[in-house]
Design a protein around this ligand. Structure first.
Ligand SMILES: Cc1cc2nc3c(=O)[nH]c(=O)nc-3n(C[C@H](O)[C@H](O)[C@H](O)COP(=O)(O)OP(=O)(O)OC[C@H]3O[C@@H](n4cnc5c(N)ncnc54)[C@H](O)[C@@H]3O)c2cc1C
Length: 564
């Protein structure tokens, strides 16, 4: 359970204060909390609401990074992919990738074979202590006939055959982030969403930070939190947060805009890795009966708060898919959602596509302004976030020992620990599910399986709510394949620090991840959430509007209606 947002928690002094509740900040908070460090993490909106929920939903080694010889990064990512699969088996699964090879393909078969053999080699320990349902076979070549059998929708003209390889899919990154949050809270972290860092306080006459001003973005109230060391983990907002402390912050973040199209299903059960003759490429990933297409990668100069896709982003991806698949299968009507995010990359002077995905940690005592007690972190990938958290914590240890005298730091290794909701590190998710399915829960198997996937062992708590009030077993959406039930709304509000309709539908439940679920389902959810959170009728109307407009596609259609 994530405790209620209680601001009297801020009366004590923290050892570590983390700004930003994307997966980077959450991982740092978790690393600190499990070692017994008093840690506060503040997030101005909701946990994992920004880049961390706009991903390709992959836990991957980054095959593409081999092109720039980043063997260290790929090895680290493959190792973290393995750890994530063992720590949260209910939220990850192996995913098969198909790479077609045409007469004109560049890179051709030989280079691809070299790349995939290296990928396998760097993942030499991928099946060590790994249950059967998470095992990954080596990459292999398949004939043209085998390829067409696996994916008949591919262009057959000029097709020579192709490769099959594997990574993991992260089924619900928002829920995986929440599993990190709950692990941190269980270990004593104070995790506050809807709290924005608005300024820093300095020790009198020094350049040492001793506090951060916080604004509760729901009530507008202001607070001060005291700490010894502060971590700026605000990703795309890094320079802005740094600007709260430094007069002349060096701009370190290189922002890369990335969108996906979530569409009605247009391919089979495997991910397609497609490249055209110009070298442009995209992934078509199967996800919950739909197809996730992308990502794009283009420089972004504006404020992250103003991020929105433009029609050209959507058309560009649609054209690419229709060029690569015969019969131009992707029409505008099939697009249900356009997730969008900003990669916070380390500035390198290279294009955003070529820029490395490695992370960097900055101690601002070394900057021109010589700010003491502030560390920033930038870059990284969702896949490597656990390791990133560990690295940041290690970088902060000397400061913590010096500015929090007497601090006791436990020796803990999170690479062997399960995340909240998963009973044992390395357990078989299939076996856990089979045991659950044998119990008589009196709910349909597809709903039960859905709850287990989202909550792991916490699924029982959701069912307990529905047992006490059977009307809460009702599904929120009438659309087929949407298994969320009303009891999850109660659980989200009472146990998972959900405060807005977007928090509930987009990041606690699955429903919002499929695109705007329609007015009927949204209203049904808002009626119950409104009762629980004591919303006035005007607040409910505002929540419904804000929720609808949180979807880029809805914003685009509202804008185009206004222009007409
Ligand atoms: C299109 C795309 C696809 C991707 N696909 C993958 C993938 O498949 N696999 C993978 O491993 N990685 C992927 N990544 C990379 C991965 O998503 C990012 O590396 C990661 O999510 C970055 O997390 P973050 O916490 O640094 O940033 P964010 O998630 O953006 O979090 C930063 C947080 O800081 C908060 N914040 C900002 N200012 C303040 C303030 N003043 N006070 C309090 N809080 C503040 C923001 O609200 C935000 O929530 C992808 C990225 C993109 C863009």
């Amino acid at each position: 359970m994530i405790h209620k947002r209680e601001f009297h928690d801020l009366e004590k002094k923290f050892d570590l204060v983390v700004i930003g509740g994307g997966i980077t900040g959450i991982s740092v908070a978790r690393e600190a909390a499990v070692r017994g460090i008093r840690v506060l993490c503040v997030e101005k909106n909701d946990f994992a609401c920004a880049t961390s929920s706009a991903t390709s939903k992959l836990l991957h080694g980054g095959l593409r990074y081999l092109e720039s010889y980043e063997f260290g990064l790929v090895r680290e990512s493959l190792s973290e992919r393995h750890i994530m699969g063992l720590a949260a088996g209910h939220l990850s699964r192996p995913m098969q990738f198909l790479v077609p090879m045409f007469e004109w393909s560049n890179p051709g078969r030989f280079i691809m074979q070299m790349g995939l053999s290296t990928y396998d080699l760097l993942a030499y320990d991928r099946n060590l202590g790994t249950p059967e349902d998470k095992q990954i076979p080596p990459a292999k070549w398949i004939s043209r006939e085998e390829f067409l059998k696996l994916e008949p929708k591919i262009e057959s003209k000029g097709l020579k055959g192709g490769f099959v390889y594997y990574d993991y899919q992260s089924t619900y990154p928002e829920r995986l982030a929440l599993a990190f949050v709950k692990t941190a809270v269980q270990a004593g972290a104070v995790m506050l969403n809807h709290c924005q860092a608005t300024g820093f306080g300095f020790k009198a006459g020094t350049k040492q930070i001793e506090s951060v001003q916080i604004q509760d973005t729901l009530s507008g109230k202001e607070y001060t939190a005291k700490g010894s060391v502060f971590v700026n983990a605000s990703g795309p907002w890094m320079d802005q947060v740094l600007g709260l402390a430094e007069r002349s912050p060096l701009h370190k973040v290189q922002k890369s805009k990335g969108i996906h199209l979530l569409t009605d299903r247009i391919i089979g059960e495997q991910t397609l890795f497609l490249r055209n003759k110009k070298g442009q490429h995209c992934l078509l990933l199967p996800w919950e009966g739909m197809t996730l297409i992308g990502p794009t990668d283009s420089p972004y100069e504006g404020s992250p708060d103003d991020l929105s896709p433009v029609e050209e982003d959507i058309t560009m991806l649609m054209d690419l898919v229709n060029e690569l698949l015969p019969g131009r299968p992707l029409t505008r009507e099939k697009i249900r959602h356009v997730p969008i995010g900003i990669r916070p990359l380390v500035f390198s002077g290279k294009s955003t596509y070529r820029a490395s995905r490695k992370h960097e940690i900055y101690d601002h005592a070394a900057d021109q302004d010589k700010i003491e007690g502030l560390v920033s972190v930038l870059g990284g990938k969702w896949t490597t976030s656990r390791k990133l958290g560990e690295d940041v914590l290690h970088a902060c240890l000397p400061k913590l020992r010096s500015f929090s005298p007497g601090i006791q730091i436990k020796d803990v290794r999170t690479d062997r620990e399960p995340l909240h909701g998963y009973p044992t590190f390395g357990a078989s998710s299939t076996e856990i599910w089979e045991q659950i399915a044998l119990m008589n829960h009196r709910v349909p198997d597809n709903v039960l399986n859905h709850l287990y996937t989202l909550y792991g062992t916490d699924y029982q708590e959701v069912l307990e709510i529905a047992r006490k009030e059977p009307s809460l077993l009702k599904r929120i959406s009438d659309e087929p394949g949407r298994y969320d039930i009303m009891a999850q709304i109660v659980y989200a509000v009472e146990n998972e620090s959900a405060h807005t309709l977007s928090d509930i539908l987009s990041r606690r439940l699955a429903l919002g991840s499929f695109g705007y679920p329609g007015d009927t389902a949204a209203k049904r959810a808002a009626d119950l959430a409104g009762k629980l959170l004591k919303w006035s009728s005007s607040r409910k109307t505002e929540e419904l509007k804000a929720y609808r407009l949180s979807y880029p596609l809805e914003r685009l259609s509202t804008d185009s209606k206004k222009k007409k």
